[in-house]
Design a protein around this ligand. Structure first.
Ligand SMILES: O=C[C@H](O)[C@H](O)[C@H](O)COP(=O)(O)O
Length: 144
């Protein structure tokens, strides 16, 4: 899968996100602090990754900032993006299952390497629920 990754710094697990995704066989596009030459402020960097998803250049994205909050807010401004700030594997699994989330937001401060690996396992294995109530909730997001 083609996955766009943005971060506003190389601190924390930012570079490990890229290496882990590549190790698992995914094609990774980088933005912000992970791409020399691009603006690395979180709003700009995370917008670019979210637009990759919105405009079909990537199937999913991972957006990172110190808290994860700015990254998720920026991504969720982009039409068609459902970004979820995930702190553990259970949240990541739920975000894929119940929210059909297509952008994973991470806190560089909070996410350890071990927890990152667990989050990526759950996120990448996760599939959207086909329960009609879940499908209706996700469909309603476009109408809000
Ligand atoms: O939501 C914002 C993010 O957590 C930023 O990573 C945080 O504000 C730090 O940004 P800066 O290093 O530019 O002060």
């Amino acid at each position: 899968m083609r996955i766009s990754v943005a971060a506003d710094s190389r601190d924390g697990v930012a570079e490990r996100v890229v290496s882990e995704l590549r190790r698992r066989g995914h094609e990774v596009v980088t933005h912000g602090a992970l791409d020399d030459g691009e603006r690395d402020d979180w709003a700009w960097a995370c917008e670019l990754a979210a637009r990759d998803v919105s405009e079909g250049r990537a199937e999913q994205a991972v957006v990172c900032c110190w808290t994860g909050t700015g990254a998720s807010i920026a991504a969720n401004k982009v039409p068609g993006v459902r970004a979820a700030l995930c702190v553990d594997a259970y949240t990541a699994d739920g975000a894929r299952k119940w929210n059909d989330a297509n952008v994973l937001a991470l806190s560089l401060r909070l996410t350890s390497e071990v927890v990152l690996d667990e989050i990526l396992d759950a996120w990448l294995a996760g599939r959207p629920s086909t329960d009609p109530a879940d499908v209706a909730n996700v469909a309603h997001l476009d109408a809000i």
